[in-house]
Every structure is written in C-alpha cells, then in structure tokens.
Design a protein around this ligand. Structure first.
Ligand code: ATP
Ligand code: MG
Length: 530
C-alpha cells in the first residue's frame, strides 16, 4: 500500500488488523437510489472500494431503499453503471436494505419487548415540539409508557395498515433530555403506503435509515462503515441499537468530511431542485457534477479516480477548487488526445503570393509518434482565429497587425499587408504575403490555422460553471447564483482530418480539449489553468 494513503481511516484499519480484530476487511458503499451519483459519491466510492482493494478485502454495494417515496429502480441501474464506469466491481450480488426488512422487524419487536421502543401517536408537529432543542430539554410523550403488550398490539396495527400515514410511528425509548438530540427517542419505523419497487405491497411500515443502517452493516459483517460527518451524532444511536439487540456481529461507524467543489453543488437534493424548477433538464447535464454529467462533458473516469486519490480524507469541511479537479483531467487528456487545428472565430486570410497548394505533414501528437501524422494543405485561402488579430500594435501581445510577422504552425511565416473591410467597416478579410525563406526567431508568435481545402464547418459548444458563486454550499437560494452564460454555442471550422482520426477526444491546438458529439465539438477544458 502506498504511503500517501495513510489517512486516519487507513491508520485505524492497520491498527485493527495488527490487533487481529478482523480477518478480512469488509466495506460497503450504500447509496440511496433517489438520484444520480455525483462527484461527492465518487470520493466515497473510491474510499470504500480502494480500501477493500488495498487490504485484500471486499466491498459491498447496498442500496438504502428504506423510503419507497423517494427511491426508483432507474436510479439503481444508473448508479450501478456509474460505479462500473469508475472501474469498480462490488462483491457478489447487489444488496438492498430491503433484503433485511424481516430482520429489522424482528429487532423492532425485540426492542419493544425490552421496553426500549414504543408506538407513538403524537402528530409529527407535536413530536417535533416535544423534542426541544439545543438549549431546551425534550418532553416525554404521553404514549411513552405504554405496556409491552400495548406496544406489540399497536405496532401490529401499524404493520397491518390500520393507521393512516403519520398517525403512528415506532420510537426508541432512550432519553428525552439527552444532550445529543438524536437520542431523544428517535423514530425507528414509519408508515408509508407507496408501493416499493422490490417488496411491492408487502410492507406499509419501513425502518428509518438510522434503525436499518447499523443492522444491515452488522448482518453483512461490515468492519468499517464509512459515512460523512453529518452522521457523527447518529453514531451514538448506531451503537445504542446494536448494543440493545441480540446481534452477534456489531459494525463500527467512522466519519469523514464531505466533498464540496467550488462553483458547483454536490447534493442530490439541490440537483433535484434545479430539475424540478426546470433550470436544468436532466441529471446528466454536462454542467452538473453528477458522474454521468461529467462523463457527458468529457471527463474520463481515470481523471476522477486520480482526483479522489489525491484528495485526502479528513474530518475538516472544505471547498475544493474546481481547478484542482480539472488539472487531473488535463493531465489524462494530454496523453490520450490527438492534436488537431480548429478555428472558433474564423478570420479569412488571402496569401497573395501563393498560387498552388502545398502538402504539409503534421504530427498528431508532439510527444507520441505512434499517433501518426495527418496530411494538410496550405493554399491561397486560409483561416485563423480573430483572437489572434488586432488592428493596432499592442505591446504585450504579439498578434497579427499590419506589417507584423507571424508564423503558421507547422508551416512558414506571413506578413500582413492589407486589411479589407466591408461597408460597415467590419473586417472582411486580410491580405498577407507568405515569406518563403524567412527564418524564425523566438519573438515570432506561432498561431494555428486551417486552409480552405481542409476545413469543415462545425458547431462548437462551450460549458461554463453552472454557478457564479465560488462557495454555494451553505446558500439556500441557489437559483440566485445561476450563471446565465453557462452554455455558449458557436459555428467555426475544424480540420476535416478529425473524421479520419477515429478518436473521441481531441486537443485543438492553442484552444483546449474537446470531445466530438454528433458532428459537434464540445469543449471539455482549457489547455492551461487560467
Ligand atoms: P446527497 O446529500 O447528495 O443526497 P447523500 O449522503 O444523501 O447525498 P447517499 O446516497 O445516502 O447520498 O450517499 C451514499 C454515500 O455517499 C454515503 O456514505 C454518503 O456519506 C456519501 N456521500 C454523499 N455525498 C458525499 C459528498 N459530497 N462527499 C463525500 N461523500 C458523500
Ligand atoms: Mg440522502
């Protein structure tokens, strides 16, 4: 195992193994199938699956399907696909919390029989009120002292559908004045009549996440149950349940900080809000940090894993700059992308002294000869980018301007002779002279270009950050910070050779990395970190 991986969780596992606490390390990734996975989940996937790999253990995939109102089978399938795309395989069959509903029920009865659970009939509003707050003790419910038989009777009624939703629930009997509010008689079971996609109509009572999670973990003999920091206080409940039911193996929970990315959201709830409000259409929108959105934008799974590997695991909440993530993408793409020339803002150039066409061989990758070469032409009419042109000389930028010399990449040098404008004084084209025997010096700028013979008209699509604000983690009104210019489309030119080099990803020289999508070129990322 690499030294780099020695975060506090790795250290704990190594200690546990040295003390012979476990024979085999078993982790699990336990998503709720109520949306697509995002980059935050990738951190958790990497952590759980990589631990299993590094310690010769196993990692289960278990869907937390305890809330029939929010879960959907399509999300199950999508989540599985995304994990496989990242390159991980889970241990044996896919697991579900619903596999263990019978067992959870049995443990609920056990708690009732031990006088550690009771059927509550206060309204949700009253339950909340009785709970108190940080500086206010809770009040015992009038239903708290029901006898075992009463509780068995009412719990049975709950199970048989004799209550409406929210009319009753099962609560643990712990301590209504506990400093940890989670321990103020937490709800273990609630009534829901929505049909479950696996158990259909078998149940109308469902265990809560808190009640089911520790039981599922322990049944599967998970050695290290990893979750995010917001569950830190729930750990006491996790252990309370396991200590009060008759279960041989007791799992342990460890918390690490959530991943937040600048100018983005990593919360299914917030993404759902954007979809519901029609701000974005789908979960796989390339502007989202969902794994399928990122894949659509052109992210490689390798770059995401490398990012996760370098993130570090701690208990410190922070925001990771999107640029940090993008660096890993750039590194990966630089290796695998053939180079090509594309003009995003075309400007016509007439090379007055060129009469015929010349063949020019260009390498597809400056460092990798195996990627081969492509055949291009130089002729009288070529196109460069408007960005490389300016009418007057400006000190800092060595652009095209009258009488200045510039070099065409993989070809010769040109000098600007005349600017031709239309009636509205817009530049129509530029007349230049091709300098055949001129030697290049370091001061001469090299620009990209395409000849008329090689060009193909193409639509360019650019994505910008979905949010204008760097940190929107804590903002409630996320709508306010939406970047209205998050998608820009433009028509430009591309070297036709792009269709001969049968690849998906390209680096457009001096522009950045692009992915080809149905004859459209979509920008993945810039060349440099600006
Ligand atoms: P969300 O807030 O986006 O709905 P969640 O925690 O409710 O996320 P789950 O499907 O329950 O989503 O999460 C599965 C696992 O992924 C959990 O262990 C959770 O802690 C972890 N996870 C979710 N979001 C992040 C994140 N931003 N960073 C790290 N881990 C995360
Ligand atoms: Mg959730």
């Amino acid at each position: 195992m690499k030294k780099k991986n020695k975060n506090f969780i790795y250290k704990k596992i190594i200690k546990d193994l040295n003390e012979n606490k476990y024979k085999k390390i078993i982790t699990r990734f336990a998503p709720e199938p109520n949306g697509y996975l995002h980059i935050g989940h990738a951190k958790s996937i990497y952590l759980n699956f990589q631990i299993a790999k590094d310690f010769n253990g196993i990692c289960n995939l278990r869907f937390d399907d305890t809330n029939p109102n929010t879960i959907k089978k399509i999300y199950v399938n999508k989540i599985k696909k995304d994990i496989l795309w990242l390159g991980y395989k889970w241990n044996s069959k896919t697991k579900y919390a619903s596999n263990y509903f019978n067992k959870c029920y049995k443990y609920a009865i056990e708690l009732i029989k031990k006088k550690l659970a009771y059927v509550e009939e206060l309204s949700p509003k009253k339950i909340k009120k009785y709970k108190g707050g940080l500086f206010k003790k809770g009040i015992n419910s009038p239903y708290r002292n029901r006898t075992i038989n009463e509780n068995i009777y009412y719990f049975n009624k709950m199970k048989n559908g004799e209550y409406k939703e929210k009319e009753a629930c099962l609560r643990a009997k712990i301590n209504m004045s506990s400093k940890n509010i989670i321990l103020r008689d937490p709800i273990l079971y609630r009534i829901k009549y929505k049909k479950h996609f696996r158990t259909k109509n078998k149940w109308c009572i469902y265990p809560t996440y808190d009640f089911s999670h520790c039981i599922c973990d322990s049944i599967e003999k998970i050695t290290h149950s990893l979750c995010t920091l917001e569950f830190q206080n729930n750990k006491f409940l996790y252990n309370w349940i396991l200590n009060n039911i008759n279960i041989k193996y007791k799992s342990s929970q460890y918390e690490f900080s959530r991943l937040n990315i600048s100018n983005n959201i990593t919360s299914k709830r917030k993404i759902f809000f954007l979809i519901k409000n029609k701000i974005i259409k789908k979960w796989d929108d390339p502007r989202l940090m969902t794994l399928s959105g990122m894949k659509n934008k052109g992210y490689t799974s390798k770059s995401i894993l490398n990012f996760c590997k370098n993130l570090g695991v701690s208990k410190q909440e922070s925001i990771i700059d999107i640029k940090f993530l993008e660096n890993f993408l750039r590194k990966d793409l630089s290796k695998i992308c053939p180079r090509i020339m594309g003009i995003i803002n075309p400007l016509k150039i007439i090379l007055t002294n060129i009469k015929k066409k010349y063949i020019i061989k260009m390498p597809n990758h400056p460092k990798n000869k195996n990627m081969g070469t492509r055949k291009n032409f130089l002729c009288k009419e070529i196109y460069v980018d408007k960005k490389d042109f300016q009418i007057k000389k400006y000190k800092k930028f060595n652009k095209l301007y009258l009488n200045n010399i510039i070099k065409l990449r993989y070809s010769g040098m040109i000098i600007i002779k005349k600017i031709i404008k239309d009636k509205k004084l817009n530049i129509k084209y530029i007349k230049c002279k091709y300098l055949k025997n001129k030697k290049k010096n370091n001061k001469i700028k090299i620009i990209h270009w395409i000849s008329k013979i090689d060009l193909f008209k193409i639509k360019y699509k650019f994505f910008n950050n979905l949010f204008k604000k760097y940190n929107i983690k804590k903002n409630k009104n996320i709508k306010k910070y939406i970047n209205n210019k998050s998608i820009i489309e433009k028509y430009g030119y591309i070297d036709k050779n792009i269709f001969l080099i049968k690849k998906k990803f390209f680096q457009l020289e001096r522009e950045g990395y692009f992915i080809i999508k149905k004859n459209k070129l979509q920008k993945i990322i810039s060349l440099k970190n600006y």
